[in-house]
Design a protein around this ligand. Structure first.
Ligand SMILES: [Fe+2]
Length: 192
């Protein structure tokens, strides 16, 4: 089952210092894979069914790269601005923020499709609260997708995670719509 292979895909989970948070990361993945057992290998989950795997890679590298950048970002804010943030919260959020995509991506007529209207950020945060994550982490998950004023971060950690998310996607203008343009589309903003 999906949740059993987490450590193999995400060895960085071991660097979450709080053992309870490490357990909750697994609990969250167990929850989503029980809701939709169609996904059995985390390395085979796409970023989205409309983003071809060959071009954009899958979800796992996205999560790993966010964890890697967070491990640089948190010490930089401490060193340069004396702003202390909990690295554990960034690592947890990196590994679970998109976990509800497991529920969102379903099989239909032999093909993987997204569920219309499903908000993986809001649902991911709801599950995070249910399994027992602190509210600060649930909020990071809830607002990690950029939707302009509809979804403003209330904390520095949530703001930085929202900015980190599109930095860890190889969705560039050379291959069609880049991550920035996709965000503008999602907000209904059109070029003049
Ligand atoms: Fe993400």
């Amino acid at each position: 089952m999906l949740a059993d292979r987490l450590d193999r895909s995400f060895p960085g989970i071991s660097r979450i210092s709080d053992g309870k948070l490490r357990e909750l990361v697994k609990a969250q993945w167990r929850y989503v894979s029980e809701r939709n057992p169609v996904h059995t290998d985390i390395e085979k989950i796409p970023l989205h069914p409309t983003l071809p795997f060959e071009t954009y890679g899958g979800l796992a590298p996205h999560l790993r790269s966010m964890a890697t950048l967070a491990e640089t970002l948190v010490p930089v804010y401490s060193r340069e601005w004396h702003i202390e943030m909990p690295l554990d919260h960034f690592l947890v959020a990196a590994y679970v923020h998109d976990s509800a995509k497991v529920i969102e991506f379903v099989m239909q007529d032999g093909a993987l499709v997204g569920t219309p209207g499903f908000d993986h950020a809001v649902e991911g945060a709801r599950i995070a609260r249910e399994v027992g994550f602190p509210e600060a982490i649930a909020h990071m998950i809830e607002v990690h997708t950029f939707l302009g004023k509809q979804r403003l971060p209330r904390t520095k950690e949530a703001q930085l995670l929202q900015l980190l998310d599109p930095m860890c996607l190889p969705v560039f203008p050379e291959k069609g719509k880049g991550a920035v343009e996709r965000h503008l589309d999602a907000n209904g903003w059109k070029a003049e």
